[in-house]
Design a protein around this ligand. Structure first.
Ligand code: NAP
Ligand code: SF4
Length: 673
């Protein structure tokens, strides 16, 4: 019997049945805007073939003024309907179901034409919206209804109306953004009129046998957000207006509380959906930081929801459901919630993909075909670059031998997993280990490969990674100086610390040193740290006491030489979280210094080219996080001996190296070998 009985149970909607309780949540990939509809279809069809119960597309604009940014995809014409038909046909052909999300961005639209209930600029946008008049509101409703009917014509099984996350419909609900005095503002009945009217008119237009999901903000996490009573009132009204299913929205985009980042505990908001269970009779979907079938199953088994939404996990592994259903859950590539290749790409106007799975959104281009010429391949280095090469090459039918000087797989991932808030890296390393075993890859661990070991292989891949950069600071050999590797491996660190270098690793080390028990694995502690309360007690789910972090374990100063804000190179969607977390722990951030020397008292620094303001930053321990250089000693020896090799990952280029680039490079090399 499957261990995922609740997850795999069908969901009968009356006029149609979903084959299981798994929803692939809406994600903006950028594929639709790129205009290659075969590629869009390949992306969704691969997920449909992997067994997901219902797919929701990325948000489609109902009109130009509601588009998240100029040029965003929508269903504006008959030609658009034909394009979307390519997608729905392929998904249905693969045995799946797909609904189209209608997303009106309101004041979040990145355009001077954006519209909203009131002319109040959002803190995350540079454009002030125009206040809609009554005719303008009617037009928005009508455009959303037309979108739904076009979606039906394009063959979609339903629509999801985006009513949460601080978008247009959500903006009508709360006085923070709705200051109107007409029938669309003022009392709560008036403020909720628009979402209810949209659902009612969409239902009237599409008839009874079409899925209409409404995504409702259950906890706004912004000041003046909805009360729980208002949430329940709206949910009931949306049900009465004809919705088939309610999906959970968590937090507005402008909220200063993380809701999906890797430091958010797993299933952190399932309790909020559970509160709504029993208030309505249509199915409820819960969402956010659910990334394994075990977690999804527990959420359903505990009665938190009728269905589970997972979005990014379907970038990491399109076969998520199929693998869970076939008793092969350990083979599911985990989404580590890093945002590095998905959301960060979206904000950089790049196509979405996945750090763990570079094939995501590249299904037609990066194809792992079985080889008809199996080779003996040696890979030296079992970090992300080497592991991804090994796995893809072995999947294709090559005989792979993996060498590493350490006794375990994972390389730098084993350092990352020590950082509080990065516990997902444990699962990533475990997954690599599982795949390496399952694919029969020969593992030569605890052994530094020599040129002699490699002479007889058909292909040699050097993935030896990086070494810490030598910052050449006077006194760096003192007993009170440690490298980031020593710190993350558990070396004893004093109570006052100066960290040299504020890149991703400097930030990670600071977090490691100021945090005691990780709040990421303790939901109550995490909610307290960020000031999250029960929305039934406090409007918007914000605690009146604000964030209440635990006391820092140490007094830390984080330094860099550049005269710019610290953390500028961190991920777009996660950098603010790292900065906020360190600020909460009173970490002092100092930019624009020269490192003069290290003494027993600590670190001496000065300012500017004139080296003024010489001063001591008192520190029991100084930690070096000054970047990294390629570890190429083996590659150099091989070159001298005339043994051809491929050099990848940090051994190739150390600057701005991250697991995303390493895995991408390794996978693409293995696809060609
Ligand atoms: P990094 O991001 O390049 O940062 C290196 C730091 O060292 C900078 O603050 C730099 O600032 C300083 N530095 C450079 N040369 C120095 C020198 N000679 N003496 C003293 N300081 C020097 O590298 P990293 O922190 O080692 O991280 C490595 C890679 O891992 C990065 O690409 C990073 O993106 C990735 N990573 C990412 C995350 C994440 O959360 N996404 C976490 C960890 C690591 P100044 O030159 O201004 O002093
Ligand atoms: Fe998950 Fe990171 Fe992949 Fe995005 S890039 S899907 S967050 S693993």
């Amino acid at each position: 019997m499957s261990e995922f009985l609740h997850l795999l149970a069908p969901l009968d909607l009356g006029f149609t049945t979903l084959k299981n309780r798994v929803l692939m949540g809406s994600m903006h990939t950028g594929l639709e805007e790129a205009g290659d509809w075969n590629r869009v279809a390949a992306f969704y069809a691969e997920r449909a073939a992997g067994g997901v119960g219902l797919i929701i597309t990325g948000g489609m604009a109902p009109n130009k003024e509601g588009a998240v940014l100029p040029g965003a995809a929508g269903l504006f014409s008959d030609k658009d309907i034909e394009n979307h038909r390519v997608v729905t046909d392929r998904v249905h052909g693969a045995g799946g179901k797909i609904a189209m999300q209608i997303l009106h961005a309101g004041r979040y639209a990145y355009s001077p034409d954006c519209v909203a209930p009131s002319a109040i600029k959002s803190p995350i946008s540079m454009f002030a919206p125009k206040e809609l008049d009554a005719a303008g509101i009617e037009k928005q409703i009508s455009d959303m209804v037309i979108s739904a009917t076009r979606a039906q014509k394009a063959g979609y099984d339903g629509v999801e109306i985006m009513g949460s996350e601080g978008y247009f419909l959500n903006q009508f609900l709360v006085t923070r953004t709705n200051k109107r005095t007409d029938e669309w503002g003022g009392s709560y009945e008036n403020r909720m009129r628009l979402p209810v009217e949209v659902v009612r008119r969409v239902r009237a237009a599409v008839g009874p046998d079409f899925i209409v999901i409404y995504r409702l903000s259950l906890i706004d996490l912004v000041p003046e957000g909805s009360t729980w009573q208002e949430v329940v009132q709206l949910a009931k009204a949306i049900e009465n207006a004809g919705a088939t299913i309610l999906n959970s929205g968590i937090g507005w985009h402008e909220a200063r509380i993380p809701t999906i980042a890797t430091s958010v505990p797993r299933r952190a908001f399932a309790w909020v959906t559970k509160r709504l269970m029993g208030e309505v009779s249509i199915p409820l979907i819960t969402s956010n930081r659910i990334n394994t079938p075990q977690v999804a199953e527990s959420v359903l088994a505990e009665g938190c929801a009728d269905m589970v939404s997972m979005a990014r996990p379907f970038l990491a592994d399109p076969q998520f459901v199929a693998k869970a259903a076939s008793g092969n859950a350990d083979a599911i590539a985990p989404c580590i919630a890093c945002n590095q290749a998905c959301l960060d790409h979206t904000f950089a106007m790049k196509l979405t993909t996945c750090l763990v799975n570079p094939r995501a959104c590249y299904e037609t281009e990066l194809v792992y075909t079985p080889t008809d010429n199996p080779k003996n391949i040696a890979i030296i280095g079992a970090g992300p670059a080497g592991l991804s090469t090994a796995i893809v090459a072995a999947e294709r039918g090559h005989n792979v031998t993996l060498f590493d000087g350490a006794n375990e797989l994972g390389g730098q991932l084993n350092l990352a997993k020590q950082v509080p808030g990065k516990e997902e890296f444990f699962d990533l390393v475990d997954w690599y280990q599982h795949q390496v075993n399952a694919l029969g890859i020969t593992q030569k661990l605890g052994k530094f490969a020599t040129a002699d070991d490699l002479a007889d292989f058909d292909e040699v891949v050097v993935a030896t990674g990086v070494s810490p950069r030598d910052p050449e600071i006077e006194g760096q050999d003192n007993a009170n100086v440690l490298s980031y590797i020593e710190v993350l491996q558990g070396a004893k660190v004093g109570k006052t610390v100066a960290i040299i270098g504020a890149g991703g690793i400097g930030f990670d080390v600071a977090e490691f040193l100021v945090t005691g028990d990780s709040p990421t694995v303790d939901l109550q502690a995490w909610k307290r740290e960020w000031g999250i309360a029960d929305p039934a007690e406090f409007r918007g789910g914000l605690s009146p006491d604000g964030p209440q972090p635990d006391k820092p374990e140490r007094e830390v100063t984080l330094l860099q030489r550049k005269q710019q804000k610290l953390g500028k190179t961190l991920g777009k969607t996660t950098g603010w979280i790292h900065r906020a977390a360190l600020n909460m722990k009173d970490v002092t951030m100092v930019a624009g210094v020269n490192y003069e020397r290290i003494t027993d008292e600590g670190l001496w620094v000065s300012d500017g080219e004139a080296r003024e303001n010489m001063r001591l930053i008192q520190a029991d321990t100084v930690v070096l996080c000054a970047g990294q250089v390629p570890e190429r000693s083996l590659a150099d020896v091989l070159e001298k001996r005339g043994i051809k090799c491929h050099v990848i990952g940090g051994a190739d280029v150390a600057s701005e190296l991250d697991a995303k680039r390493a895995i991408n490079q390794g996978s693409r090399l293995a696809a060609r070998l």
